[in-house]
Write a protein that binds this ligand. Structure first.
Ligand SMILES: [Zn+2]
Length: 154
């Protein structure tokens, strides 16, 4: 049996790489890279024996490499997990959160772009976000969500 076939058989019924795994993988490598950089800089700017002997630095190294390693283990665990339903549920939750984050970022960007033409505000009763064209003076607003009526300056 070829290696490719063996790998294929091994991965059968396992979760494999999904979006959350890719995120964890990047996070762990990013973190480990940071830890290596931190080690390198601490040795560069302190005397080697001083950095190695310092309890504070030992604890910092332990945390830095430990966390990166835990993330890497988590990545392996998720990729080779046979509880596919649970891993897929986690991945869906992750993608949902990322989508919400992306939407929020886009909204903030849009708000910044429109800051001269639109005034953004929230309903004082239900916190619904709204906007109105600027330079119209005091206007009466009826909330689209809860029908609360209030006055705002544009
Ligand atoms: Zn409202």
């Amino acid at each position: 049996m070829s290696f490719r076939n063996r790998l294929y058989r091994f991965m059968e019924g396992r979760n494999g790489v999904d979006a959350l795994s890719v995120f964890i993988n990047r996070l762990s490598f990013g973190w480990l890279f940071g830890a290596i950089l931190f080690t390198f800089l601490s040795i560069l700017f302190m005397r080697r024996d001083a950095a190695a002997a310092s309890t504070v630095f030992r604890v910092l190294y332990f945390i830095a490499y430990g966390l990166g390693l835990i993330l890497l283990i988590l990545w392996f665990f998720r990729v080779f997990s046979k509880n596919v339903a649970k891993r897929q549920a986690e991945n869906t939750r992750y993608q949902y959160r990322m989508q919400k984050l992306r939407r929020k970022r886009a909204s903030v960007k849009q708000q910044w772009k429109d800051r001269k033409t639109y005034k953004y505000f929230r309903c004082p009763q239900c916190r619904q976000k709204m906007r109105a064209p600027r330079h119209k003076g005091r206007i009466r607003v009826t909330c689209s969500k809860c029908s609360h009526v209030f006055i705002t300056k544009t």
